[in-house]
Design a protein around this ligand. Sequence first.
Ligand SMILES: *Cc1c(COP(=O)(O)O)cnc(C)c1O
Length: 711
Amino acid sequence: MKSKPLTSTELTQMIHGLNRLARNLWWTWNQEAQEIFHKLSPRTWQNLYHNAVAVLHEVSDYELRTRLQEPAFAEEVQEVLAAFETYLNEPATWAAEHARALQGKPVAYFSAEFGLSETLPIAAGGLGVLAGDHAKSASDLGLPFVGISLFYRQGYFMQAINDDNWQTEYYSMLNPRNLPMEAVLDAKGEQLTCMVQIATSQVRFKVWRVNVGRIPIYLMDTDLPENEEHYRDLTLRVYGGDSTTRIMQEILLGVGGVRLLRALDIQPSVFHMNEGHAAFLTLELMREKMATGCSREEATEATVNECIFTTHTPVEAGHDRFSSDLTQYAAQKCTSKLKISHEVFMDMGRVRQGDASEPFCMTVLALKHSRSANGVSELHGEISRHMWKDLYADRKVEEVPIGHVTNGVHVAGWMKGPLRRFFRRRLGKQWEKGLNTCEFWKRMEDPGFVSDEEIWALRSLLRRELIEFSRRRLLMQSHNLNRENFITYDHLLHPDVLTIGFARRFATYKRAPLVFQQLEHVIELVKHKQHPIQFIFAGKAHPRDDEGKRFIQHIIHLSQHTELQGHLVFIENYDIHVARQMVSGCDIWLNNPRRPLEASGTSGQKTAAHGCLNMSIMDGWWREAYDGVNGFAIGPDSHPDSIEEQDRVDSENLYRVLNDEVITTFYNRDALGVPRHWIQKIRRAMATITPEYNTWRMVQEYAQKYYLQDK
Ligand SMILES: *Cc1c(COP(=O)(O)O)cnc(C)c1O
């Protein structure tokens, strides 16, 4: 049947719809929407790192109008635009039923970083990715919610490795006009600006809005000509600069964030501090209340009543602490507005009142000024109660008021193409309904729903996609695109071999090189004729963390070892895109932190839906999720006291599990070449992990336990 050409009005509407769609990160968790932008300009989509706005800048309106006259493409576009509108306007959300009290009084979620998409690199690692996944799920659930953060115009660094295998950092300038975000305007249609006092200066900032489905994230940006030069650069980089920059960024985030919400006439019912970075928001809330005539005591009490706090790290150095001098200098205006002396102010961030030797700690400020606080896994909650018990001297450690909500991941956003296509074939167009439920994933344990062979085929495809991705990336990394290299790089890694992945920040407690402690043994395993293994590593060390950089150097050095070459690779410039390839393509996701320092960990949660199995120390989320079948545990649910002993025992346990359980089970094949027992484990991982360790469950838990509970 011949179809009628689209009318000019229809075309205009569709183009308008595409522009709206491009500026809403909903497309980061909708594959069909991504495919439209990919088809419009495959090269732009790839080169500009999956950026829908850049694609629409590349493709002219004339070309769009012309291309949309292809009926099949137009139909695809119309379907996606309809799904997008339906999503935005859905009245029957979870929150409409369960979180009515928040209507018109949203949760304001403050986070120094948001990891939403590889194309908007304003996150440093897990904390930011968690914030991004939290926002996406809040949108899915219809939760009234706004995110507050900073726009870092150089983002987080990109990683390059020099000739000494040493990490170097470089930055590129982000252009807001070419990114999925838009300038926030005031009532007169001009750029909205707000002001915050830092040290002795008035610092102005403008604001960008990132649309994440139904919810906005506002990013503050001090790059304005009227600011002094060093304040223009305050929002240059994620955690950039020294502690002076850091405390000033945090004043901007906390104090500026509250100012911004007021300027937008948003009156939150809850202020959620994601990590201590945001804790200065409590000062601004107190100031506001005192300005209306409250006493300091009343202002404090009212502030405590509207704030909640999530702590993310049991690593001492992970808690921001500022010297008395720096705090006095940077926050002097805050102190004067609260009509308190510097020493009284310092005590707000101290465990031991009046101890002049104790610096100002943002975690302490947050704990003292929130109605509830939580860690991010059961064990981390317990560790946090111990860490901060001195703040609650009248209580027993079990009664320290720090609970826990275990982290999760936004499932739809992490699912790779082959997996989505599998479910779509099985369940039809509406396949995503119920994606976060037990019933959805329980089906994966039913051989009548999916056969072993089909699961194995899916695994094989995902592994191949990862290996081809790795080869492309490694060739690009080699800076040496000659013919010989093309051939060599096409033989790196083997698509049939048990593939072990490790990718995360190279914080030293995560012990990236642990698996190479017995090098001879590893070489034997890698070179084994019948059941070899191979490794893919990735990760960034913090620019000032030389120890972390030494770990990277060591692993890259090993990857050049004659016996390991081609069986161990390091992919540079780890980010959300690299993460997505790795968590889906690997067979084993290795995590060997020094217990109990992995507060939760989330990368392992991204793997389960893809049939990649976790092999991890019993720390963070894994000690809650492991059921004896759905993956592998390294060591018991306890750890020795000394670090040396711990490294020794963990490494021994790691090799034992690898040899006796992982390799044996993976290569235990039947006559058809299918590892039945391994696939049993995959089925169990899918059925037990994904429905529990996702951000839908997590956000619902935050809502029920914290957002909806007044003190
Ligand atoms: C998921 C993720 C992390 C967190 O990894 P952990 O293993 O939990 O530390 C860090 N960075 C990126 C890019 C991620 O996608």
